[in-house]
Design a protein around this ligand. Structure first.
Ligand SMILES: Nc1ncnc2c1ncn2[C@@H]1O[C@H](COP(=O)(O)OP(=O)(O)OP(=O)(O)O)[C@@H](O)[C@H]1O
Ligand SMILES: [Mg+2]
Length: 223
């Protein structure tokens, strides 16, 4: 299935390794949009729907050590299919801005580039799941695996954090995640904007805003 872009609202996703600052920056972006009188729809992946939240519990439960990568791919894409159908597509059709904390690219990278399944096939399955919908813009928060994981450790304020099932994977895996995101961004340079997420919070926010603002102005959503 060929990717397509929505025609109504604006669809923005934020991607990047664990601890890059995605959730923090999305919150800051949402606040900024509110200052401009725009109420954005924020989603979280996996989850964001009643069915998706149930799938999320299975995916992140540390006790499921036997889960295969293919099972992961299908569960993530199932949750995403539901999120697009119930939340994202209706919001875009009604002209709203949708901010998504991770989307298809996370599957391609985590289960593909880092998880050793075929990235092309994962993308294909996901495009089928979401009816070909891809973001208008994807912000890649680029950070070294160690630095991202360090931030998460600090956040929990403990020396030996348990973390969820995805976070417990080895450092080598997280390095492949960072590499994978950069590769994907170079393949789809038009859609991606790479931002140095090692900068301080405000600097990262400014870089995101500089990228997103013209897009919203183009669509006459802000002045
Ligand atoms: N630019 C920054 N400088 C310093 N600390 C930061 C920065 N961005 C985020 N943090 C801190 O790092 C931690 C992780 O941030 P956040 O939860 O936003 O990352 P994330 O990318 O959403 O992580 P995850 O992949 O686990 O969802 C938080 O404690 C946050 O306050
Ligand atoms: Mg987060």
């Amino acid at each position: 299935m060929k990717p397509n872009r929505n025609r109504g609202g604006v669809f923005i996703s934020v991607e990047g390794p664990d601890g890059a600052g995605k959730t923090t920056q999305l919150q800051m972006l949402q606040d900024k949009l509110e200052e401009h009188g725009l109420e954005a729809v924020m989603t979280r992946e996996p989850g964001g729907t009643v069915i998706g939240e149930q799938i999320r519990k299975i995916l992140l439960d540390p006790k499921f050590t036997e889960m295969t990568v293919i099972c992961e791919v299908l569960l993530y894409s199932a949750a995403r299919a539901q999120l697009v159908a119930e939340v994202i597509r209706p919001a875009l059709l009604s002209g709203q801005v949708v901010l998504c904390d991770r989307f298809v690219d996370s599957s391609t990278v985590y289960q593909g580039y880092a998880g050793a399944e075929d990235p092309g096939r994962i993308k294909e399955i996901n495009l089928w799941a979401v009816g070909g919908l891809l973001p208008d813009r994807t912000i890649l928060l680029n950070i070294d695996a160690e630095a991202g994981l360090d931030r998460l450790r600090k956040k929990r304020q403990g020396p030996a954090p348990a973390g969820d099932r995805m976070e417990q994977k080895a450092l080598a895996f997280h390095r492949r995640v960072q590499e994978g995101f950069l590769q994907l961004a170079s393949q789809e340079a038009d859609r991606f904007c790479i931002i140095d997420a090692a900068q301080d919070l405000k600097a990262v926010h400014r870089s995101i805003w500089e990228d997103v603002r013209p897009l919203l102005q183009e669509r006459a959503l802000i002045t």
